[in-house]
Design a protein around this ligand. Structure first.
Ligand code: COA
Length: 181
């Protein structure tokens, strides 16, 4: 398995990964999200990585820019959304490797915080921890029963604790429908 940055000609293969991973019901909305995020100027800089096996695209991860408001401290932050792995390649470490490689590249480019709204049983094993209790308010209200899904990870030691605030996503990701999990 290899990981590389995605390019424009990967578009339909990336859509296929999200459709298969999220299924007929959720898939179309996620595909629309990915395509709109890739065109969203307020989401830049982005990091879009694909996992390949013999040149076939089997996984995709996208990170986009967020801004921390209600703080006077300048901090560089991104959010992970979405992530998907083709069903036949799931539970083989592909998702974990995409996250780890993404975090490595983001750290290298100076990103200090990375957020995610995702499965609370999956992301903690990759270094994420509940963000609400650390003083990071999500773009939209996250239901109490889902509060564990709103998570953060610092890529530079000491940022958590020093910076608190409200996380403002790109225009596309800022829509309430993406915050209902
Ligand atoms: C979630 C997903 C990206 C994980 O990718 P993956 O390559 O299968 O994950 P990994 O191989 O790195 O990790 C597998 C482990 O994560 C667990 N896991 C996978 N999906 C999980 C979920 N939704 N909730 C909790 N744990 C999950 C597996 O049970 C497995 O656990 P184990 O190591 O104890 O056996 C993939 O299952 C997927 O595409 N799912 C559908 C789309 C989706 O839900 N995306 C995430 C949006 S937040």
């Amino acid at each position: 398995m290899k990981i590389r940055e995605s390019c424009e000609s990967d578009s339909s293969k990336i859509e296929n990964v999200h459709m298969k991973a999220f299924g007929m019901q959720e898939g179309p909305e996620i595909v629309e999200l990915v395509n709109k995020l890739l065109d969203d100027k307020t989401a830049m800089p982005i990091l879009s990585l694909v996992a390949t096996e013999n040149e076939k695209i089997i996984g995709h991860i996208l990170f986009t820019k967020v801004i921390i408001t209600q703080t006077t401290v300048a901090v560089t932050a991104q959010i992970l959304a979405p992530l998907a792995v083709l069903p036949s390649f799931q539970a083989k470490g592909v998702g974990s490797k995409l996250i780890q490689e993404g975090l490595r590249q983001l750290k290298q480019s100076g990103v200090e915080l990375v957020f995610v709204l995702g499965h609370p049983d999956y992301y903690p094993r990759l270094g994420f921890t509940p963000a609400g209790a650390l003083g990071y308010e999500a773009s939209h209200h996250v239901l109490e029963k889902n509060s564990g899904a709103w998570m953060v990870q610092e890529l530079r030691t000491g940022v958590i604790g020093r910076v608190k605030g409200k996380v403002q996503c790109s225009e596309v990701l800022n829509q309430p429908k993406y915050w209902l999990e």
